[in-house]
Ligand binder design. Sequence first.
Ligand SMILES: [Zn+2]
Length: 382
Amino acid sequence: MRNYKFRLYPTVSQEDVLVNNINVCRWVYNKFIDYSKKGSVSQFDLQDYLMELKQQESWLYNYHSKMLQMVCVQMSGSQKTLKSLRENGRKTGSLRFARYGEYRTFIYNQSGYKLENGKLTLSKIGDIKIKQHRTIHGKIKQVIITKTKSGKWYCSVSCELDKTQPPIINFKKSVGIDVGIKNFAYDSDVFVEPNPLNLKLLKPLVRMQKKMARRKYGSNNYLKAKKWYQIMHERIANRRKDFHHKLSTIYARKYDVIVVEKLNLIGMVKNHHLARNILDSGWNGFLQKSEYKTKMLIKVDPRNTSVECSECKTKVPKTLAIRIHSCPQCGLEIDRDHDASINILHKVIPSERRESTPVEISKRSMAQESHVFRHGQFTLSA
Ligand SMILES: [Zn+2]
């Protein structure tokens, strides 16, 4: 499967129709919530209940039937997620009623849509102008229409690709990446991507929040401020997404195998004084995008990657403030993130060079890399 996201440009009257469809889905969803309060219900129970609802409320026949059925799928999906969270020992509440503005999507599955000549045709809705900035491959299986909080419309198209041959993976083209706060990514080939923390952008966001707080809740001026706040929020999110896309594309083009650490973001945010920075850098988004772009992404256990020496495996503990890994055993001095990225790579792919004659060859290979510290001296390769 492959997903594409396109911007939609509905006319004013079309927008009313789209909003109306979302509200109908919300109405059905809330009916389901009410119904499921009696006890656990399966997707088929919900489908039966939907038929019942349709007989009582005949106006539901004015809407695409598949769209209403997809509300059953969404609802039972959410229930399953909650159940699995509970089984993993998390505290969970129950599903709540969706208030106005909280429900922002509807789904057309299998039928009722057509995408051609810059128009998205939806059954019972009409032709909507679409900016199709790239050609799609495969057969469209589903379209999801979404209204963002700032009022933009998007269409996510899921396509089923033809069965292709499994990709040939060249393990020589592999890389280990260490993600961090100072450097967003530092890889075993010494490519460094600094973290574009958008904290500067957060200032106007905070200002807008204050403005909202000063205004009377629910008033027109309050809503105006809220809208601006949401527009800015989206802009920051888009910047971050753009950054993730560009970086993951670079990696996917250059390498066949990407090795990263398994991140425990929930634990990190809870325990870390740099929690906001962690949230802001959003490594998970980057890893997700890399995962579907590259041929193979391997997540390894992060234990000891930032402690061990990548040359001789001696454990060299260091605080976060110490940026350089300096090994008392073999004298290796490199950036700590570089050391970690090599360790990450070696967890899966031990280098053949190291296996043959470790000391002699490692010196040569070290000299090939661009900035390596050895005994406190900074050496640059030619
Ligand atoms: Zn060492």
